[in-house]
Write a protein that binds this ligand. Structure first.
Ligand code: HEM
Ligand code: NAG
Ligand code: NAG
Ligand code: NAG
Length: 318
């Protein structure tokens, strides 16, 4: 009886023990870590507000491919292609921001702060600067030893809602959390090549006025971009994305389908009418995204340069 109790407790407690992340992980080893990241992000943001979108997308692509392990940052070498070579990588940006923070952190506390934590902290700061929630991030992530284009399985803009729900569910995310995270499309841009097909023979689910506008934007230039949030606040983390898709003004097919599909439309209406509810939900879902399959303790490494595995581990990674 007692033994059984013990095992029950053991198994229930295990996930929390293994999640070695902790708020203020760097306090003893690098007390200035979080403020250094915040300063770098603040500086960048002052010059270019679009970095919030860049970092959000980078974080999503990192965490959905083999966990939040900074595998997305690894540069390809002559011998070995990295995640950056995979199709969906194209157009992920913001790598310089992470490099700048890493450089300052290596000067202040060498070999201490992981690139995976830098991304997670930088996203948090960039979200807060863009008017979003300022949530607390647990740290202690370690950097992964693998980055391979063949590991990259990410949803494309034409994925169905049910397909997307399956992908998110495989990562332990609920439908509510998926709809919340897609709210990140309240900032940033999409290139015409991701939605051109909705214009040529106009997608009946798109507001015809928007079709006309986007046709002009994209005319003869696949590389042109449009704001994912067509309201007046394309640089602000707010609930305008949901209002826009209810008005049939979603840019990507998946954005629009979210408002139309039975299984997500009610969540969309909820966020459209409750900005505070969205903020709270967004903070929670971002924390959960940042905790996906993290490496902790002695796993992985602390990279010295976010773009390359440490020398000692390069062999192992090959
Ligand atoms: C079913 C899920 C998703 C799909 C199919 C999807 C697809 C896309 C596509 C096609 C783009 C345009 C990229 C470009 O043209 O450069 C984009 C941009 C973006 N995505 Fe998503 N996305 C999804 C989920 C997410 C999530 C969960 C986040 C973050 C939490 C996110 C954040 C962003 C941001 C911020 C941008 C703008 C990037 C920029 O301005 O550089 N997306 N997404
Ligand atoms: C992304 O991958 C493509 C090939 O699919 C490559 O040409 C491009 O340089 C990569 N982008 C980055 C930023 O590495
Ligand atoms: C977020 O909170 C931290 C800690 O309280 C604070 O230092 C920082 O200025 C806040 N960020 C923004 C953009 O308000
Ligand atoms: C929503 O789902 C119900 C039952 O699953 C179905 O009868 C109905 O046609 C669906 N509505 C739409 C708009 O897809």
């Amino acid at each position: 009886m007692h033994m059984k109790m013990f095992f029950l407790l053991f198994f229930f407690a295990l996930p929390f023990v293994m999640a070695d992340l902790q708020v203020g992980f760097y306090k003893p080893t690098c007390p200035q870590a979080e403020s250094i990241v915040r300063q770098v992000v603040q500086n960048e943001f002052t010059g270019d507000r679009s970095i919030t979108a860049a970092l959000l997308r980078m974080h999503f692509h990192d965490c959905f491919v083999s966990g939040c392990d900074a595998s997305i940052l690894i540069d390809s070498t002559n011998k070995k292609p990295s995640e950056k070579e995979a199709g969906p990588n194209q157009t992920v940006r913001g790598y310089e921001v992470i490099d700048k923070a890493k450089k300052r952190l290596e000067d202040a506390c060498p070999s201490t702060v992981s690139c995976a934590d830098i991304i997670t902290l930088a996203v948090r700061d960039a979200v807060a600067l863009a008017g979003g929630p300022n949530y607390t991030v647990a740290t202690g992530r370690r950097d992964g030893l693998e980055s391979s284009p063949s590991k990259v399985i990410l949803p494309g803009p034409e994925i169905s809602v049910s397909g997307a729900l399956q992908m998110f569910s495989a990562k332990g995310m609920t439908g509510n959390e998926m709809v919340t995270l897609l709210g990140a499309h309240t900032v940033g841009v999409a290139h015409c090549f991701f939605f051109n097909d909705r214009l040529s023979s106009p997608d009946p689910t798109m507001d015809p006025a928007l079709v006309a506008k986007l046709k002009k934007t994209c005319a003869g230039n696949d590389e042109a971009t449009a704001f994912l949030d067509q309201s007046r606040t394309p640089f602000t983390i707010d609930n305008q994305y949901y209002k826009q898709i209810l008005l049939r003004r979603g840019i990507l097919q998946i954005d629009q389908e979210l408002a139309l599909d039975n299984s997500t439309s009610r969540i969309v209406s909820g966020f459209a009418s409750n900005g505070i509810g969205f903020r709270q939900s967004f903070a929670k879902a971002m924390i959960k995204l940042g905790n996906l399959q993290v490496l902790v303790g002695k796993a992985g490494e602390i990279r010295n340069n976010c773009r390359a595995f440490n020398l000692a581990n390069r062999k192992a990674a090959n």
